[in-house]
Every structure is written in C-alpha cells, then in structure tokens.
Write a protein that binds this ligand. Structure first.
Ligand code: GDP
Length: 138
C-alpha cells in the first residue's frame, strides 16, 4: 500500500552540510517528496514535537539539540513508507546501524543521529500536520 512517512534532517546533519546528500539518498531509494521546508525549531516547538519523550532522561538534551540549528522537514510517499524509511535511516544508535544507512553514514551518536523517521502511520500523520497545512501537502 502506498503510504506516507515524515522525516526531519536534524541540525547536526544540516550544520555539517549533508542536506543535499541525504535528500539524494532518499530520492534514489524511491521516496516521493510531497512536502518539504527548511526551518529552525524554537525550544518550545522542539519540546512540543518530542513531548512523548518528556519523561526520558535525555529529553532536555534532545530539545537543546533539535533547536541548535536549521532542520529540513519533509513528507515522503512510497509503498510501505514508514517501515521502508526506518530501514533506510538505520538504528537510533549509529554504532548499531547497518552499513549504507543514513545514520551509519552521517550520525555521530545516539542523540546526534542526523535524521528522524516516523515510527507508525499514526505518528506520520500527526508529525506531518505539525509542520504542514493540507495546502502544503502535494
Ligand atoms: P528514533 O525513533 O530512532 O528517532 O528513536 P527514539 O524515538 O527512541 O528517540 C528519539 C530521538 O531522541 C532519537 O532519534 C535521538 O535523537 C534522541 N535520543 C534517543 N536516545 C537518546 C539518548 O540516550 N541520549 C540522547 N542524548 N538522545 C537520545
């Protein structure tokens, strides 16, 4: 089934100039970009986006990190998009990520891991709507 996932190229990858290379990998893997924007999350916005993690010990660090520099947010479409995209980005911790995955190539630690990918269809919808109005989703 053709469905959608949501991604962000995180500030570590943005600040190191990896945005173009990461978008090429996503494109070459057959994902269709149906919405995209570059923006800089405030601490308040980053805290809202990651609210599900607010009890986790790394929450404050995550919010600081995600508001440190610009991100590129995008909605992607492909058959089995959520699962296929999680495969393409690799494990949360780059030390455990498979060769050739985006996190293996560009992440430096479990926190600064270059890219986000939704973990379910429901979260993909919620996360997409956080950044994009219906008029911005093609
Ligand atoms: P994901 O679905 O692979 O992104 O992983 P999670 O949902 O478990 O965590 C969300 C994000 O929080 C991760 O992508 C990391 O940026 C960050 N994170 C997860 N675990 C840690 C940790 O142990 N330390 C820090 N600093 N950040 C973490």
């Amino acid at each position: 089934m053709i469905n959608r996932t949501f991604t962000m190229i995180k500030p570590d990858a943005t600040l190191k100039g990896h945005t173009g290379a990461i978008l090429k990998i996503i494109n070459d893997a057959g994902f269709r970009i149906i919405a995209m924007k570059m923006t800089h999350l405030s601490k308040i916005k980053a805290a809202q986006f990651y609210e599900v993690h607010k009890e986790r010990p790394f929450y404050k660090e995550l919010v600081e990190f995600m508001s440190r520099g610009p991100i590129t947010a995008a909605i992607l479409e492909k058959e089995n998009a959520v699962e296929e995209f999680r495969k393409l980005i690799g494990a949360t911790n780059p030390a455990q990520a498979d060769e050739g995955t985006i996190r293996k190539l560009f992440a430096t630690s479990v926190g600064e891991n270059a890219i986000h990918g939704s973990d379910s269809d429901d979260n993909a919808r919620i996360e997409s709507d956080f950044f994009f109005s219906k008029l911005e989703q093609f």
